[in-house]
Design a protein. Structure first.
Length: 128
């Protein structure tokens, strides 16, 4: 399954969850609901995946964690904030670079219409 196929399933599932429960919950609620539904759809989903940070060849324990990693190909960062800031986009791009994953999705569930707050972030060039 390609990154695009995976992201299509993720986005459809996220929109369905948002239509069902709406905005106003904690990020952890959306994370758990999304992980649950994606697993039901047959996808391999890892939650709160530790992200290593290596500086000058030394692994640093700094506690970075990816919200969801789907099929080891797509990183999902979930937010429930008033509005996304540039640092949220930078965070996803950094996670992509550190993990050598090509596609990330930044989802802000604190919105009236989720579709307007789904952002694809790409690491490198290609057909994503």
């Amino acid at each position: 399954m390609t990154e695009n196929e995976i992201s299509h399933k993720i986005i459809g599932t996220a929109i369905s969850i948002h239509r069902t429960i709406g905005p106003g919950l904690l990020e952890s609620a959306y994370e758990n609901a999304l992980a649950y539904d994606l697993r039901l759809a047959g996808l391999n989903v890892k939650q709160q995946v530790p992200m290593p940070f290596i500086y000058k060849g030394v692994k640093q324990d700094v506690g970075y964690r990816v919200d969801l990693l789907v099929e080891n190909k797509v990183i999902i960062e979930i937010k429930a904030v008033e509005s996304l800031a540039p640092v949220h986009f930078a965070q996803v791009l950094t996670y992509l670079k550190l993990s050598d994953v090509k596609l990330g999705l930044l989802l802000n569930f604190n919105s009236k219409i989720l579709k307007e707050n789904i952002h694809r972030i790409v690491n490198g060039l290609g057909d994503y």
